[in-house]
Design a protein around this ligand. Structure first.
Ligand SMILES: Cc1cc2nc3c(=O)[nH]c(=O)nc-3n(C[C@H](O)[C@H](O)[C@H](O)COP(=O)(O)OP(=O)(O)OC[C@H]3O[C@@H](n4cnc5c(N)ncnc54)[C@H](O)[C@@H]3O)c2cc1C
Length: 261
């Protein structure tokens, strides 16, 4: 288990950032994943008191502070109905309610875990990431950017648009990580994200372009499902082979596209 010499709870994100860059320190969100690592770190910076536990609704978007726990998608009245409960449905697939009450948005997005279900889902929504020092990124830019220095995820912003959505996944058992996950959204354009490849989620641009030019119907969906599994790179890991993921991807994308059609 991880070991800390000092445990600090700064009152502001400014204070937290100063500690982060001047010491051998690590940010603590919910601590659920962090505690599993076997390292010694001088200072634990717990963001619990740093006023990052907020959900604010505006006409066109919703702001979610990094210390909001993912069970908020099941409990917060603003978040429950967002995209017809899409994020609620995704969150409910992750571990138990008790664990979802601990796991934070910041701890889920900042480390860019390949297995993440929420990252795949948020990638097909208009999602922006706000880092304290490095500023604003789209989620996709953030996933592709290697930051030059340590930073703190302050909040995410999800714009409200008229989208139909679907999330599909395959796991060996309820509390296991996804072997593959797929999210699709359809507004004026179709977006397809594939995660747990086992690498972090990617958008399938060639296939998205094909569908946006040819429309969604049973024929294009069958073709697109095959295209995605050829377009997205997969690898082997302890859970599944590359070939298995490729086959499963085709089936999950087909299911998701039929659902949004
Ligand atoms: C046993 C187990 C099973 C899991 N299964 C799944 C699953 O099936 N699907 C799934 O999607 N997820 C799964 N997760 C991951 C989970 O959803 C969270 O992503 C993970 O626990 C991290 O969230 P946390 O709040 O606990 O972060 P922590 O453990 O506190 O932190 C994780 C990392 O993020 C950094 N960090 C935290 N907050 C910030 C911030 N605001 N700014 C910058 N850096 C920050 C920390 O320094 C640390 O490096 C699982 C986790 C565990 C422990």
């Amino acid at each position: 288990m991880i070991q800390f010499n000092e445990y600090l709870k700064p009152k502001t994100i400014e204070e937290a950032y100063k500690l982060l860059i001047t010491k051998n320190a690590e940010i603590v969100g919910g601590g659920a994943f962090l505690r599993l690592s076997n390292r010694k770190v001088d200072v634990a910076i717990d963001l619990f008191d740093a006023n990052l536990d907020f959900v604010k609704e505006n006409d066109n978007y919703i702001e979610i502070g990094s210390m909001v726990v993912i069970s908020a998608f099941e409990e917060n009245p603003i978040l429950i109905n967002l995209y017809n409960g899409f994020l609620k449905n995704v969150s409910e697939t992750i571990l138990s309610f008790q664990m979802r009450n601990i796991i934070t948005i910041g701890g889920t997005l900042y480390p860019k875990y390949g297995f993440s279900d929420l990252i795949t889902a948020l990638l097909v929504l208009p999602t922006e990431i706000y880092l304290y020092k490095s500023g604003k990124f789209t989620l996709e830019e953030f996933l592709k950017t290697k930051l030059a220095h340590k930073d703190i995820l302050e909040k995410i912003v999800i714009k409200k648009e008229n989208l139909k959505t679907s999330f599909q996944y395959i796991r060996n058992s309820e509390y296991d990580f996804s072997i593959l996950n797929v999210a699709v959204s359809k507004g004026e354009e179709v977006k397809i994200a594939v995660g747990a490849r086992p690498g972090v989620a990617l958008l399938a641009y060639k296939t998205m372009q094909f569908l946006n030019e040819n429309g969604l119907n049973e024929e294009t969906i069958i073709k697109a499902s095959k295209m995605v599994s050829d377009e997205i790179p997969f690898s082997d890991d302890i859970k599944a082979s590359k070939e298995y993921r490729k086959k499963v991807c085709e089936a999950l994308v087909k299911r998701a596209l039929l659902e949004v059609m």
